[in-house]
Design a protein around this ligand. Structure first.
Ligand code: M6R
Length: 610
């Protein structure tokens, strides 16, 4: 989390830095700051609590000249969101540092530095880098040597950028676990946590690798690898067209992204289907050679992406006839797990930078997985670069913190993967063409589901005074209930739990009363009768239900139940379709609650700390 921007140019860089921060706000938004070396060779630092707008407003009220600078938008880890804890941190009015990630040995370093006379102005782990760098600089007199010596003393996963007023011609950067991208301009160069930040000033980028240190001037970029050797990192031209500022006619990015789902699904299918079948190259030229040998699938992900993985487990076992486990990355990476023979490690991630998922992938490589595949939305991200195979989702940038189109597109990618592996297992040609035709029909079905918007908006009013809610589903709709609950809690702050409906009687039934709305997802499938019984269990305890049901599922609205009709669809795509009305529900409830829909409190879009 946290977003970093750095710039070194002939012109003033303040506007570039602030615009970059606005584009990185998805990474954190509890405070923001900037430090420039001004023409008098003095540090000019401005920090504000709150969103980047507060900083931008402060910057426009005065001139801030300076052609070298660093900037930061924060998601607090150590120390509350306050001006004192906001980055950049400075040491002796000379060094300024921004940092993303966690310095695990900060307490010991802080104690040593305090003993040596350094005074700390914040509670952050970052400030140790600043004073350590100052100390090393006094020792060696050479900024590069000092920077290298500082980095060598840090434990943890981080990206960091430093400037020194005595060396105003350079930016110093290090990557160890958190992404940093260099942007190449003409007579000016830049750095950021994500290329999105720099799209207004350049399209040419290279990514720092793990352990890299870079020294960036206006006209040159020198990169040293982990061993201290000078290295070249490939420079590529970005074709990202996304303009982070463009919400179109929508009030929020989240709503825009919900409505983009039909086109995002068409885009992800583009070129991957051929003559009613999955194209051989859908997962890359080399994929079939790897996938044909796979005997087990292990899925690893976090949050919404984990829910996508949970749905896929049902699909892998039912349609491909291959065993599949799904685990949350933060659990997987810290337990001793057994590796099944010929096991494929599948990571799912919108950002491709989620620290736990990335760590799980790295662990899997050490413990004997056959190969790895990522389903990811960000080309060039760490997961894409470090996996054997990558399915690029092509969903378009997702800005709203609450994941919507990324989720449904992940599900489409997973269903294609089930097909790609299933071909070598239990899936026959007839089932494959059934899956493909259901997927082709999906964008139109989602358009129809979006027409439920008005009815859902009305229904949302019932939730305005509620503090708790329960989501129920069965089979492959159980993870959809979990995703519905996650959406509601993260943007409306209403406590929401999800249960497999068959579990009700094992505990959660005790919660049921008129103040606990129960949301049920009810497609017309083989579990429908069982679900009807669960609904009766709730009704008998005075619960109020909101049922999203197939027209053939025979639920009728009455005083205890509001039924919303979801367009009929093939069973295989039902989990994808039913997630759409739940997204709309959480959106409209959040609107009524007046929360910050796109940037809910305490969260960030990209979770690059563990
Ligand atoms: O970028 P990732 O898909 O790896 O992110 C994982 C989770 O942080 C993410 O899915 C999160 O749960 C959603 N933003 C919630 O809507």
């Amino acid at each position: 989390m946290c977003g970093i921007v750095g710039a070194i140019a002939q012109r003033d860089v303040i506007e570039i830095l602030v615009e970059g921060l606005k584009r990185l706000e998805y990474r954190g938004y509890d405070s923001a700051g900037v430090a420039l070396v001004n023409p008098d060779k003095k540090l000019d630092r401005v920090r504000r609590v709150g969103k980047v707008k507060a900083l931008a407003d402060a910057m426009t009220s005065e001139d801030h000249p300076g052609s070298v600078g660093i900037a930061h938008t924060r998601w607090a880890t150590h120390g509350e969101p306050s001006e004192a804890n906001a980055h950049p941190h400075i040491s002796n009015d000379r060094i300024a540092v921004v940092h993303n990630g966690i310095i695990e040995n900060h307490a010991a370093l802080r104690a040593d530095l305090i003993a040596e006379g350094y005074q700390f102005a914040s509670e952050t782990d970052t400030e140790v880098i600043t004073h350590l760098l100052h100390k090393e600089l006094l020792k060696s007199g050479d900024m590069l040597e000092a920077f290298k010596a500082t980095i060598a003393q840090l434990d943890g996963a981080y990206g960091t950028v430093a400037i020194d007023v005595e060396n105003p011609g350079q930016l110093y950067a290090a990557r160890s676990g958190s992404p940093l991208v260099i942007g190449y301009g003409i007579g000016e160069n830049f750095l950021a946590s994500d290329q999105l930040a720099l799209l207004p000033v350049t399209r040419r980028f290279s990514f720092l690798e793990e352990g890299d240190i870079a020294v960036i001037t206006r006209t040159s970029v020198q990169i040293y690898d982990q061993a201290g050797q000078t290295v070249q990192r490939e420079i590529s031209e970005s074709d990202i067209t996304h303009d982070a500022g463009d919400k179109g006619p929508f009030k929020h990015y989240m709503l825009k992204e919900i409505y983009e789902q039909p086109i995002a699904i068409k885009n992800t299918l583009e070129g991957r289907l051929k003559n009613g079948k999955l194209a051989e190259t859908a997962f890359g030229e080399d994929a079939d050679r790897i996938l044909k040998d796979i005997e087990h699938v292990q899925i690893i992900a976090c949050g919404t992406s984990y829910h996508a993985g949970m749905v896929a487990r049902y699909w892998f076992e039912e349609y491909a006839g291959i065993s599949c486990n799904v685990e949350i990355a933060s659990e997987f990476r810290y337990r001793k797990s057994q590796v099944h023979p010929k096991s494929l490690l599948v990571t799912i991630s919108q950002s491709g930078e989620t620290a736990d998922t990335l760590a799980a992938l790295r662990l899997a490589k050490e413990i004997g997985y056959h190969s790895s595949l990522t389903i990811c939305n960000v080309p060039g991200s760490s997961l894409v670069r470090e996996s054997d195979l990558a399915y690029l989702m092509n969903a378009g940038a997702e800005i709203g913190v609450a994941s919507t189109k990324a989720f449904t597109v992940q599900l489409v990618g997973l269903l294609l993967l089930v097909t790609a592996i299933g071909r070598h297992k239990d899936m026959n040609a007839e089932t494959e063409s059934h899956v493909v035709s259901a997927l082709n029909a999906l964008p139109a079905k989602i358009e129809q589901a979006l027409d439920m918007s008005k009815a859902i908006n009305l229904l949302a009013e019932d939730f305005a005074d509620k503090h708790h809610s329960l989501f129920l589903g069965r089979g492959d709709q159980y993870p959809i209930a979990m995703e519905g609950a996650l959406k509601l809690k993260e943007i409306s702050y209403i406590h929401a739990e999800a249960y497999a409906a068959g579990e009700l009687k094992h505990g959660p039934l005790a919660l049921i009363d008129a103040d606990m709305p129960v949301i049920v997802v009810a497609p017309n499938n083989e579990l429908l009768e069982k679900l009807h019984s669960n609904v009766e269990e709730v009704r008998a305890r005075g619960g109020l239900m909101y049922v999203f049901a197939d027209s053939g599922a025979h639920f009728k609205s009455d005083s205890t139940m509001k039924v919303l009709s979801v367009p009929h669809c093939e069973k295989v795509i039902a989990p994808i379709l039913y997630s759409v009305p739940l997204q709309l529900l959480s959106y409209y409830v959040a609107l009524i609650k007046g929360t910050d829909v796109d940037q809910p409190r305490n969260l960030a879009k990209s979770v690059t700390v563990e």
